[in-house]
Design a protein around this ligand. Structure first.
Ligand code: THU
Length: 135
């Protein structure tokens, strides 16, 4: 699949997740969508909680959906929201992505109205990371 096509498909899936986000406390909806090694797409949204630390991120949900549907490798992950700043994954989600990515994995950051803003390799977001091979 061509990169443009991948971005378009992941944007549609992540946008649907964004619309369903449960974020009554922050008012900050986030959607994420993953393309796995078999070209299957898995999405997720943030799910907040009245006990704030019990909330979870969109990336976390998307990774859980990939695993439950037998995906193994994140080839692309797209994160979408509505902010003037880039919505890059939080530290914990960078580590979660680390577990299931490879050197070619791309992390795409999008604005819900303006589209793709920037793409990263995980190394740029999490240098000298610790992963399965380090054990
Ligand atoms: N959030 C995500 O879901 N993903 C990110 O990459 C950044 C932040 C969520 C967590 C919380 O529900 C809200 O956005 C505000 O931090």
């Amino acid at each position: 699949m061509k990169l443009n096509n991948i971005i378009n498909k992941l944007t549609i899936s992540a946008s649907q997740a964004y619309e369903n986000a449960y974020a009554p406390y922050s008012g900050f909806n986030v959607g994420a969508a993953i393309l796995d090694e078999n070209d299957n797409i898995h999405n997720g949204c943030n799910v907040e909680n009245a006990a704030y630390p019990s909330g979870s991120c969109a990336e976390e949900q998307a990774i859980g959906n990939m695993i439950v549907n037998s995906g193994k490798i994140i080839k692309h992950i797209l994160v979408i929201g509505k902010s003037d700043e880039l919505i890059t994954p939080c530290g914990a989600c960078r580590q979660r992505i680390r577990e299931f990515c490879d050197a070619s994995t791309l992390i795409h950051i999008c604005h819900i109205e303006k589209g793709l803003q920037r793409s990263f390799h995980l190394d740029e977001l999490l240098a000298y990371s610790f992963g399965p091979e380090n054990l």
